[in-house]
Design a protein around this ligand. Structure first.
Ligand code: KG4
Ligand code: ZN
Length: 353
């Protein structure tokens, strides 16, 4: 194994949605480079990510992002110890671009390959800046595609306590943003507009589902927003968009925070690690911090740049898999609907028949 100054270098490649991102990490934490090429401007005109267009742009961008990631890290490919790549879940065509590139590099440079579950990446992003964070802990994953409460029993050992039965939190934010005419991606825009509104102006539905359930449902809250806007329009009332944004956000954040704290307390975990794109939401960060303080729980949150999709989180997860010998080989496939708890093993060579 080649070492740079005695350090173990991991490359992480992410292309599951609309970010082409590659990073180099030393010893699983130290970020030597974290290059992110976003396609937001391209998809904005369509109001959402168009899968085929995303794949074509990944194909075009990956070689440039790859070169820049090595250059900024100040290392050569020879010095990299393993190549990690997101193999699922995500858009099939987009995932294929990343995995095909990673396999080609791994084969050409004779490097070990690691298949990474995108959500494992989001969770492991917490390790980058928090050396004291060690499993077991509870993770609240809130992204454009996922909303889950997960027991992180080990670096590669997860138990999903609950997940959304319909929309993911980020998806609900994006839909409400569209209704309010804020454009794509809506989450950060709703977050910003909500700061000017009254969160108690409108009582939108809070959906807790069955008692003791850790699952989520946001379609009811989203429908409540749609109904409110229709009713106000029909009455010819001018509605305050900032109040709608703030009240929607309050309803969603309240449920997510209450469920996360309850899950941590019941499972006995002393810490919650927040993960995923919506983890950069200012209200969620604030409310969860207050709730954790009140209940004596430690809270870990990555910096915003490590919350939304990036290569560093994939490298952080790949490093943990490599440390446990969980390598893939050139048969690594893409898994658009990969299950974290049950099927992460599919990414390891040993189980691919
Ligand atoms: O994790 P991510 O980058 O991609 C997925 O894996 O899905 O998350 C993207 C999601 C989008 O729905 C976006 O609107 C949302 O995260 N998001 C936010 C904020 N920043 C990003 N939602 C609410 N508030 C934010 N500040
Ligand atoms: Zn993501």
């Amino acid at each position: 194994m080649i070492m740079k100054n005695g350090k173990h270098l991991t490359m992480g490649i992410e292309s599951s949605c609309d970010e082409t991102a590659i990073a180099v990490l030393a010893d699983g934490r130290e970020v030597l480079s974290n290059v992110i090429s976003s396609q937001i401007e391209i998809h904005k005109v369509y109001g959402g990510v168009v899968p085929e267009i995303a794949s074509r742009h990944h194909l075009h961008n990956i070689p440039f992002v790859f070169d820049q990631a090595l250059e900024e890290a100040g290392v050569s490919l020879d010095e990299i110890d393993e190549i990690g790549v997101t193999a699922g879940p995500g858009l099939a065509g987009a995932l294929l671009m990343g995995t095909a590139y990673a396999k080609a590099v791994a084969m050409a440079a004779d490097k070990p390959l690691v298949g990474v579950h995108h959500i494992q990446g989001h969770i492991m992003a917490n390790l980058i800046e928090h050396p004291d964070l060690k499993p077991p802990f509870l993770s609240l994953v809130v992204s454009g595609g996922h909303t889950s409460l997960i027991e992180v029993r080990g670096y590669n050992d997860f138990k999903v306590l609950g997940e959304t039965r319909d929309d993911a939190v980020g998806e609900a934010y994006d839909k409400v943003a569209r209704l309010l005419g804020l454009g794509y991606p809506g989450g950060p825009k709703v977050d910003k507009l909500a700061k000017e509104g009254n969160p108690h102006a409108i009582e939108f539905k809070r959906v807790y589902l069955e008692k003791d359930s850790y699952d989520f449902s946001f379609s009811g809250t989203k429908t409540a927003v749609i109904n409110y806007l229709h009713t106000e329009e029909q009455k010819g009332h001018e509605f305050n968009r900032a109040d709608v944004a703030a009240s929607f956000q309050k309803a969603v954040v309240e449920v997510v925070v209450n469920k996360a704290v309850k899950a941590a307390e019941l499972s006995g975990y002393p810490a919650i690690a927040l993960a995923g794109g919506v983890a950069s939401n200012s209200e969620l960060r604030k409310e969860l911090a207050e709730a954790c303080k009140k209940h004596g729980l430690k809270l870990y949150i990555p910096s915003p740049i490590f919350c939304t999709d990036n290569g560093a989180m994939i490298a952080a997860a790949a490093y943990r898999k490599a440390m446990e010998g969980k390598f893939a080989d050139l048969r690594l496939d893409v898994w658009p609907a990969l299950d974290l708890e049950k099927e992460t093993y599919k990414l390891d060579a040993v189980s691919v028949v």
